[in-house]
Design a protein around this ligand. Structure first.
Ligand code: NAD
Length: 436
């Protein structure tokens, strides 16, 4: 039987007592040249993908960036330059014929690598993840992992295949790799504040970038560049950002809600440059045991910001945030636990430290895709509730056949959502819009 790279990594790791040193990557086979690095490909060369390559390199493992893929050449070039400047030709070897551009670029870049980083807008993740699993690669993929239920079902299917193939998959829900969350939630699960009976999770801030339309752009290129504001690409900010906090609620509750109801709309951010997404959503998620978690996200410039999670138990309360907070109190106000916030490792780094250590040691340790899909689905359930104005069950939501993805991917193809004659896009109207 042909040796796969994984078999090789495993065998080498065993041969070296679990620690794989540089120079030990000798691929089995009569004429194979010695390899000294694990080969990395970046799919989606924007802010986060570029950052993730830096974090991979900073693990200190023998890694070489060998291929890059982006829809746009200028984005690829803009990402490669700082990586090359920092790490040099020894760790960055991306010649012209391994720079892939366009909608099919991902397939070619994935084929060049042992490990892939998937960091495009989330609408593409189901297809890119499916392909990476099909090609048997180790995977870091950013959240969210899809933008509609059709995409989620694809990711769940590929997640099963990844497990069967024992491919490590880490999803960039980095709170799972952040010490304050790990330690505080372990205490919650150990019963320190009793059973969790309620909670509130927030992502309230002023919003994100806008990429203005240029006259030469086709509608497809404009939506791809200004992707945040189109649901087939982004999923709305309840999915793109607030998934982090919703995922914490699921983690604390050790499950996923059974139904959601909520309210949302476009109140302060109504211009045509904001596409179709809402600027606020408030949702009540009900879990199987009757617990209700209140979720709130909004993009109101100038209003109060809040990004954190609180929970009420039968014996006390919990407060968590990405600023390394983790506090448990009883109902007299007495502190039961306070996480030490000093010297905590950046979770974006930690997720790579753990993933790459597993890969280098030939271990199969990470199967994040299913939770990534179910937490992303929870945020989509919230959007289905606010867009429709109806109570939506998870069962209905996950089986929704409303597919946001374009029928054809090409620069001159027409996305499903197009603007009216004045340049404004139709958006959901609660009470009228159908989501399941
Ligand atoms: N975990 C976190 O805290 C965190 C933080 C920021 C972003 N993210 C996630 O990372 C992803 C990327 O976000 P970003 O801020 O880097 O956005 P970005 O716009 O800076 O980068 C996205 C890149 O993907 C490229 N792209 C688009 N479609 C593509 C396709 N079909 N094939 C190849 N490339 C394609 C774009 O041209 C762009 O260069 C999103 O899913 C976002 O939610 C996660």
């Amino acid at each position: 039987m042909k040796n796969t790279r994984r078999d090789f990594i495993k065998t080498s790791a065993i041969a070296t007592g679990g620690v794989l040193a540089a120079n030990s990557f000798i691929v089995p086979g009569a004429y194979a040249a010695p390899e000294t690095h694990l080969k990395l490909a970046l799919i989606g060369c924007g802010g986060r993908g570029t950052g993730a390559v830096f974090q991979a390199m900073e693990t200190g493992h023998p890694i070489k960036l060998v291929a890059m893929a982006d829809a746009f050449r200028d984005r690829l070039d803009g990402s490669l330059k700082p990586i090359l400047d920092k790490y040099g030709a020894e760790k960055v070897d991306v010649p012209e014929d391994r720079k892939f551009v366009g909608f099919d670029a991902y397939k070619h870049a994935i084929a060049e690598a042992d490990v892939v980083i998937l960091a495009t807008p989330p609408g593409f993740r189901p297809d890119h993840f499916t392909e990476a699993v099909k090609q048997g690669k180790q995977i870091f993929m950013e959240k969210p992992v899809a933008t509609d239920a059709v995409g989620i079902r694809k990711v769940l299917k590929a997640a099963e295949e990844a497990k069967a193939k024992k491919l490590n998959v880490v999803v960039g829900l980095q709170r799972h790799y952040q010490d304050n969350y790990r330690k505080t939630i372990a205490k919650i699960h150990a019963g320190e504040i009793g059973d969790i009976v309620g909670g509130q999770v927030y992502w309230n801030d002023g919003g994100v970038w806008v990429r203005p339309r240029k006259p030469e752009q086709t509608e497809m290129e404009y939506q791809m560049r200004n992707w945040y504001y189109f649901n087939w690409l982004c999923g709305d900010h309840i999915t793109e950002q607030h998934v982090h906090n919703i995922d914490v609620a699921n983690w604390v509750k050790k499950g996923y809600p059974v139904k959601a109801e909520g309210t949302g709309g476009r109140m302060v951010r109504t211009g045509k440059e904001f596409g179709e997404i809402f600027d606020h959503h408030t949702v009540q998620f009900t879990y199987e045991d009757g617990t209700v978690i209140h979720s709130e996200c909004r993009h109101f410039p100038g209003a109060a910001n809040r990004v954190d999670e609180t929970f009420q138990g039968t014996k006390g309360t919990a407060y968590l945030s990405a600023g390394n907070h983790g506090v448990l109190t009883d109902y007299t106000g007495k502190k039961l636990y306070e996480h030490d916030r000093e010297n905590n490792i950046n979770p974006y780094q930690q997720e790579h430290n753990e993933l790459w250590a597993a890969i280098v040691n030939g271990e199969y340790k990470f199967a994040d895709a299913e939770n990534g899909a179910r937490s992303t689905m929870t945020s989509i359930l919230g959007r289905y509730a606010t867009y429709s104005g109806k109570v939506i069950t998870m069962e209905e939501a996950i089986n929704s056949d409303i597919n946001l993805f374009p029928d054809t991917l090409a620069w001159d193809a027409t996305p499903k959502l197009v603007p009216n004659a004045d340049g404004f896009y139709p958006h959901a109207i609660p009470g009228k819009t159908k989501t399941v």
